[in-house]
Write a protein that binds this ligand. Structure first.
Ligand code: HEC
Ligand code: HEC
Length: 380
């Protein structure tokens, strides 16, 4: 019996496949003896393939192919797993167990599972960082990659990276990022060349992720960079030169440095933290309200009060081109529509204004009063 200690949760409809745990995971390209790709990337393929739903798209047939690859991978994996465990392949029966099936050796940190070995980790740890960390040794020129690209990539991405049909364009687009229809390509958009190596290595060709050797990835990466006029035809791409390439849009990305809150740190004369309580109820402060504001609140008409509470957030400053309170020019044409029309658009919404300014708890009369207040202000 071949035992496969793995979880395969399969959603047939969306063709999603999420292996949560594989024991032992088969390292992707580093454990060639089992010559199976890491299931993570098989799953990647399937999800990607599931996206290509247009019936006339070539991606469609990859659904089927990817699924076949998956099933094959599962079978091979089972074989590998059992071989690794020293099981004899006796009956050929395959058992896929559920996740919570008892672990074989309860050893790990939480009392189940087992520690990942260095080889297993290496199979998953394939990311390449912007500074080139993670790149394997290797070296190639665009010239080396030209025919490989033509064979394995041009079918979808075009001989010049121009993209076939709706497949992504890989070259060109410089200077278009600020245009209404930016063309985001490797050359115009990507901040790091190392990402290209990583992406091609882990995800391309679309139907056969991780099928390329490191040398091939270097060669094809070099060629895609060449298609973007970023390197010459005889440029020697290797661990060092790749990380040193400066992409045109490298400064177009930055870490979001906005603070989470606008609070300023109190350094002196601060409130005693012991006296601070957090409540969901508003509490009256000791400080008296400024005189003017409190009188105004008392004298406010119901229409104005509704306006302040529900309408001012847009109409005070003209958010989304809302006519500003009291601006005669902005209101003249509105008022010409007639009071009823204005009331109706305020109750039912208009353009970017939601019904009742978004406060549907308001009665029609409340809104009408607010509209009257606004009309009145426009006249003065
Ligand atoms: C069967 C069609 C197909 C083939 C063949 C193919 N790709 Fe792709 N490629 C795609 C699709 C589809 C995407 C978009 C995937 C996504 O967004 O998830 C893509 C995305 C890419 C991207 C990212 C583009 C971007 O700007 O986001 C690169 C780079 C790329 N492919 C390079 C290659 C290379 C190099 C090869 C050859 C080794 C290759 N592809 C082969 C279909 C293909
Ligand atoms: C989310 C922002 C927003 C809020 C809140 C909001 N409005 Fe508006 N309001 C707008 C915008 C935007 C327009 C212009 C709509 C258009 O002409 O497309 C507008 C237009 C109007 C008009 C002119 C309608 C017309 O037919 O030309 C009136 C009257 C009006 N608002 C009253 C109110 C009242 C009363 C409230 C509060 C109950 C309110 N608005 C709350 C955004 C807002």
């Amino acid at each position: 019996m071949i035992r496969m200690d793995a979880v395969f949760s399969t959603k047939v409809k969306g063709l999603q496949f999420a292996p949560a745990r594989l024991s032992p995971p088969v390292p992707a390209h580093r454990a060639r003896s089992c010559s199976i790709r890491s299931p993570r990337y098989v799953s990647h393929t399937i999800e990607r393939a599931a996206l290509g739903t247009e019936t006339d798209s070539p991606a469609h047939s990859y659904n089927v192919r990817a699924l076949a690859t998956l099933i094959l991978a599962a079978i091979l994996l089972a074989a590998c797993a059992s071989t690794a465990a020293g099981d004899a392949v006796a009956t050929g029966e395959i058992v896929v167990t559920e996740y919570n099936a008892p672990a074989v050796q309860p050893t790990g940190h939480y009392g189940y599972g087992q520690d990942a070995s260095a080889v297993e980790i290496a199979g998953w740890d394939i990311d390449i960082r912007p500074d080139g960390m993670g790149l394997p040794p290797g070296s190639a020129t665009p010239e080396d990659g030209e025919m490989m690209y033509e064979d394995k990539c041009a079918l979808c991405h075009g001989s010049f990276g121009e993209g076939v049909g709706r497949y992504p364009v890989l070259a060109g687009g410089e200077g278009t990022l600020t245009e209404p229809r930016p063309e985001k390509t490797v050359g115009s958009f990507w901040p790091y060349a190392s990402t290209l190596w990583d992406y091609i290595h882990r995800a391309m060709p679309f139907a056969e992720p991780e099928s390329l050797s490191d040398e091939e990835v270097y060669a094809i990466t070099a060629y895609v960079l060449y298609l973007n006029d970023l390197v010459d035809y005889d440029f020697e791409l290797n661990q060092d030169t790749l990380a040193a390439i400066e992409m045109p849009n490298k400064d177009g990305f930055f870490f979001d440095d906005r603070p989470d809150t606008a609070n300023e740190l109190c350094m002196s004369n601060c409130k005693d933290p012991a006296t601070i309580t957090i409540t969901s109820e508003p509490t009256l402060t000791d400080e008296p309200e400024p005189e003017a504001a409190s009188t105004a609140a008392v004298e406010m008409s119901p229409g104005e009060a509704t306006y302040q509470q529900a309408c001012a957030m847009c109409h005070a400053a003209g958010v989304a081109d809302a006519p500003i309170l009291g601006e005669q020019a902005a209101w003249a044409e509105r008022i010409a529509l007639g009071r009823d029309a204005l009331i109706s658009s305020s109750i039912n919404g208009k353009g970017f204004m939601p019904p009742k300014g978004g406060q549907t708890q308001l009665s029609d009369d409340d809104v009408t009063a607010a509209v009257d207040f606004m009309i009145e202000r426009a006249a003065n």
